[in-house]
Design a protein around this ligand. Structure first.
Ligand SMILES: [Mg+2]
Length: 272
């Protein structure tokens, strides 16, 4: 009997076997769910289309983020949440980094320690590498110590390159801004970026879901983060305007999404 050959690359959302979902600006803003979030998840469940959360947050663990989303009313499985921390820990393991210094939060340091990655005091010369992340208590002293470590040859990675993060009270400088500072001071760029728009998270999800990368679709609100990642990995992409991008920015961006919609609810009819 003749069978239809399995197309390797999905060209629209309907053909995607797995959907990747951003969180902030896509499913929720602050502690509020965005329009269509509940309906979209319900539809994905009805269609038996696996969905994965891919977030650049480093503030919480995968389990905490899953719990947070469930408390808001979204059905999310623990093992379907991938964050910049997931990718960072994976990267450090691959590089055999056992001791690191971290520009990040205490929570993040505790998470890494729990996973067997020892977080040393900033400036410690025995660290295998440096992880640069968003640190709301960042001081000039810490930046000086990190600058010296990097100048002395310690490799560094960044969890993302987002210039800003958007909270309830407005934007704050994010990891991209810190990388800019370090880059000007040392002339050294991070040897890897682990979160979006790097393709590392996409590859980890594809491996977990056991689907080829190009059979997945990405839904997110940031052109230079979510849609850029989709472009790099060859995924179908949908931009929602419920977050931090406008229609005209999307039209003129070099990372043009396949779909531009007001909110995730508008994607429901396009899934089947
Ligand atoms: Mg977002």
């Amino acid at each position: 009997m003749l069978t239809t050959p399995r197309k390797f690359t999905a060209t629209n959302l309907k053909e995607c076997e797995v959907i990747l979902l951003d969180v902030g600006g896509t499913l929720k803003k602050g502690n509020q769910l965005l329009p269509g979030a509940v309906d979209l998840i319900q539809e994905l469940i009805r269609l038996r289309k696996p969905y994965y959360i891919v977030s650049n947050t480093t503030e919480v663990s995968e389990l905490q983020l899953a719990e947070e989303l469930r408390e808001l009313g979204l059905h999310v499985k623990d093992e379907h949440v991938f964050t910049a921390n997931t990718a960072t820990l994976h990267y450090c393991k691959k590089k055999e980094w056992k001791r690191v210094t971290l520009l990040g939060t205490k929570k993040q340091a505790a998470l890494y320690n729990e996973q067997g990655l020892e977080v040393m005091p900033i400036g410690d010369s025995t660290a295998d590498g440096i992880i640069v992340s968003q640190d709301p208590t960042l001081t000039y002293e810490a930046l000086t110590a990190i600058t010296r470590q990097i100048a002395n040859g310690t490799p560094y990675i960044a969890t993302n390159t987002d210039p800003l993060s958007f909270g309830e009270n407005g934007p704050s400088p994010d990891t991209g801004a810190t990388i800019g500072f370090i880059g000007v001071a040392t002339g050294v760029e991070p040897q890897a970026v682990t979160g979006k728009p790097s393709s590392l998270l996409v590859e980890l999800v594809a491996e977990h879901a056991e689907v080829p990368v190009r059979r997945m679709g990405m839904i997110g609100d940031q052109l230079n983060v979510d849609i850029k990642m989709a472009h790099r990995s060859g995924l179908v992409s949908a931009l929602v305007l419920s977050g931090n991008s406008t229609h005209s920015e999307a039209e003129s961006s070099k990372y043009r999404p396949d779909y531009i919609v007001e909110d995730v609810g508008r994607l429901i009819p396009l899934l089947s």
